[in-house]
Ligand binder design. Structure first.
Ligand code: NAD
Ligand code: TDX
Length: 332
């Protein structure tokens, strides 16, 4: 595998994956990205020009995706509309990009007989009760709650159907919540860090007891690279790093790490249909493919992320006011 097509490679996790590939491998990469509000060219700055190129285009258009797939060895498919709150305001781009876009990629890899890795989320499984001793496994039934997670669930089902019906060479991964550099400030952790930098109190939806299972984006990248190289065609792998924390704990940790009082936050209107808890059992990936996460210490990973947002104010500041105004209009 020498030439990879990385869809959504100018977004948060996709760009971290491209950086990972440049550090850890010799592959050449074409990023295909529509450059939506969530993308950033800066995230790809400084990468070797002879190994990385950017094509601006829409995965939902067959005449864009098909010739690109033809000239690459494999596709790693990150491109998506990714924010639950946006999917509650307007689901339509989620259906187009996440479902129709994945369909077009599947048709192209089918036609050209290329390897595909499809990047998905643990949210396809719905949520767990706080006291449930079980975690999500590859056998957990799908039960998505939001338009975002339902669109990702639909895309996963399409991939499995193309594997079974047409023999497409694809794998699927479902990962838990990522944190790290280049995450859009609409998302929970960067929103609260940039709020504190700007003297705004962090905003916690509802009671804040909702649990997310945090993993550093670099660990997600190493897992995807492992699956691409060692994964069995047709198989699904859950990716997680045993990072369960409730939102209240995360807000208090951000405040403390940033020198503020731990109670200097506001409770705001809860998200409609807000999933209570995600938790990943990643034993299959660890035991069968030998993967292990490197970032075991959430507090120090979060401290690095805070420092990154402090040092990249030019990057996120232009979007900050509009993001906060949109949340404020919904009481969030
Ligand atoms: P993101 O919103 O930061 O980036 C998505 C990228 O896809 C952007 O660069 C955007 O421009 C691009 N894109 C959107 N529509 C497109 C289209 N039609 N054609 C081409 N490009 C398009 O999202 P992210 O957080 O980096 O998530 C990347 C992938 O990882 C998604 O598939 C998401 O479901 C999955 N995932 C995310 C998380 C998380 O915690 N963020 C966890 C598990 C899985
Ligand atoms: O201001 C906020 N206050 C708050 O309490 C925001 C933006 C969020 N929250 C809560 C909602 C969630 O319980 O924080 C938690 C995390 O919220 P998000 O960052 O929006 O992430 P989540 O909805 O859990 O989804 C994320 O992880 C799974 C990604 O956005 C998805 O793309 C991925 O599939």
């Amino acid at each position: 595998m020498d030439r990879l097509l990385v869809t959504g490679g100018a977004g948060f996790i996709g760009s971290n994956f491209v950086h990972y590939l440049m550090r850890e491998t010799d592959v050449r990469v074409t990023v295909l990205d529509k450059m939506t509000y969530a993308a950033s060219k800066e995230a790809l700055d400084g990468l070797p020009e002879d190994r990385v190129s950017l094509v601006v285009g829409d995965i939902a258009e067959a005449d864009v995706i098909e010739p690109l797939v033809a000239e690459h060895d494999a596709v790693v498919h990150y491109a998506a509309e990714s924010h639950n709150d946006n999917s509650l305001n307007d689901p339509s781009p989620f259906i187009r990009t996440n479902i129709l876009g994945t369909f077009q990629i599947l048709e192209a890899v089918r036609k050209h007989d290329k390897r595909l890795h499809h990047v998905s989320t643990d949210e396809v499984y719905g949520d767990l009760e706080l006291d449930d001793p079980k975690r999500f496994t590859e056998e957990t039934p799908y039960n998505p709650s939001s338009p975002y997670s339902a669109s990702k669930a639909g895309s996963d089902h399409l991939v499995r159907a193309w594997v079974r019906s047409f023999g497409v060479q694809a794998t699927v991964s479902n990962c838990s919540n990522n944190y790290g550099p280049w995450q859009h400030i609409e998302k929970f952790i960067p929103r609260q860090i940039t709020n504190v930098i700007d003297g705004i109190r962090p905003k916690l939806y509802g009671s804040g007891e909702n649990v997310r299972d945090w993993i550093h984006a670099d660990d997600h990248s190493s897992a995807v690279w492992t699956i691409l190289n060692k994964g069995e065609i047709g198989e699904t792998y859950l990716i997680g790093a045993d990072g369960e924390k409730n939102n209240l704990e995360v807000v208090q940790l951000i405040l403390t790490l940033m020198g503020q009082a731990a109670d200097a936050f506001d409770h705001v209107t809860d998200r409609a249909g807000h999933d209570m808890r995600y938790a990943i059992e990643s034993g299959k990936l660890r035991q069968e493919l030998g993967w292990a996460p490197q970032f075991q210490d959430f507090e120090s990973g979060l401290a690095n992320t805070i420092e990154w947002y402090q040092n990249h104010q030019d990057w996120w500041r232009p979007a900050k006011q509009a993001v906060e105004a949109a949340y404020a209009s919904k009481g969030q």
